[in-house]
Design a binder for this molecule. Structure first.
Ligand SMILES: C[S@@+](CC[C@H](N)C(=O)[O-])C[C@H]1O[C@@H](n2cnc3c(N)ncnc32)[C@H](O)[C@@H]1O
Length: 271
């Protein structure tokens, strides 16, 4: 007999600090851990609830197994999911094939996060995404558009195109959240997280939050603990969740009417 799971997490509380831990990754609705490197559904749930509202249009341009799609649908937001990999899109199709009251709509598209020309400028209310961490996990063998096949230097060049497209499609004043981890090469850490953060800042985004997300459930942990002693390095046990904001208007993030009123009188006094 098919066991019906709950559609929402039990005792969910919105995160209030800058360190997030989800030792139990979350298995409500159709979520599973089958898609390699997928994130805990608590990540998009927290972000969607904090940075979007019902009826908004969300974008995940590295959609993978579809964790963000499931959460958007359950929370009444519409979402566009993009991936270069047909297998990922098939997995998204089956994981979002459920009925739920007042759910959001899910639009799937095979495409490249570096060129979202099917989305007009400033159409998206919130970006919630999770790119590969350069070639730390390779998501395909030979899909030419797959940026998980690139070494970190080439990956960073391509992430600039991703950042520009993200900036273009996002509405002014809205938020873009990206999960990114560091990698290790020849025993030395490569700060991919901060490199990607700077790329997003250079195209015009400003930092709203920097959140440390602790990493749990790494399948290779026992192997890497042994290696870390042999080669004397520390295991990477966190990722960064960057929340960026697009300027509301040339250099103004958000000014309330009260602030604008006082700014106006200040300028008269100075004159
Ligand atoms: C870290 S996974 C996303 C996992 C997702 N957050 C989840 O929970 O299932 C990254 C995804 O990016 C995809 N990808 C790689 N290069 C891409 C590109 N240029 N455009 C769009 N997707 C790409 C990969 O196929 C992979 O599915």
């Amino acid at each position: 007999m098919k066991i019906m799971r709950s559609w929402q997490p039990n005792n969910f509380k919105l995160e209030t600090g800058t360190v997030w831990r989800f030792p139990e990754r979350g298995s409500w609705a159709t979520h599973t851990s089958k898609y390699r490197g997928n994130f805990s559904p608590y990540v998009p749930r927290n972000l969607i609830l904090r940075y979007s509202k019902k009826g908004d249009m969300i974008l995940d341009q590295f959609v993978g197994g579809g964790t963000t799609l499931i959460e958007s649908k359950l929370l009444g937001r519409n979402i566009i999911g993009v991936d270069v990999n047909t297998q990922a899109l098939c997995s998204c199709k089956s994981s979002t094939n459920f009925e739920y009251d007042n759910s959001g709509k899910v639009y799937l598209r095979k495409g490249d996060a570096r060129n979202l020309d099917f989305i007009p400028d400033e159409k998206i209310d919130f970006i919630c995404t999770h790119p590969p961490y350069a070639d730390a996990i390779k998501y395909s063998k030979d899909i030419v558009e797959d940026i998980s096949l690139l070494d970190y230097e080439s990956f960073l060049k391509e992430m600039e195109k991703v950042a520009k497209e993200s900036y273009r499609v996002l509405k002014k004043g809205k938020y873009c959240a990206i999960l990114m981890g560091d990698i290790r090469k020849n025993g030395n850490v490569i700060p991919l997280g901060f490199e990607v953060m700077n790329i997003f800042k250079n195209v015009g985004f400003i930092n709203k939050e920097i959140i440390i997300k602790e990493q749990y459930n790494c399948k290779s942990t026992d192997y890497w603990i042994k290696k870390s002693f042999e080669r004397n390095f520390l295991l990477l046990e966190h990722e960064y969740l960057f929340v960026f904001r697009k300027w509301l208007k040339n250099g103004i993030v958000c000014k309330s009417w009260v602030n604008l009123f006082f700014s106006f009188f200040q300028s008269i006094i100075v004159l």
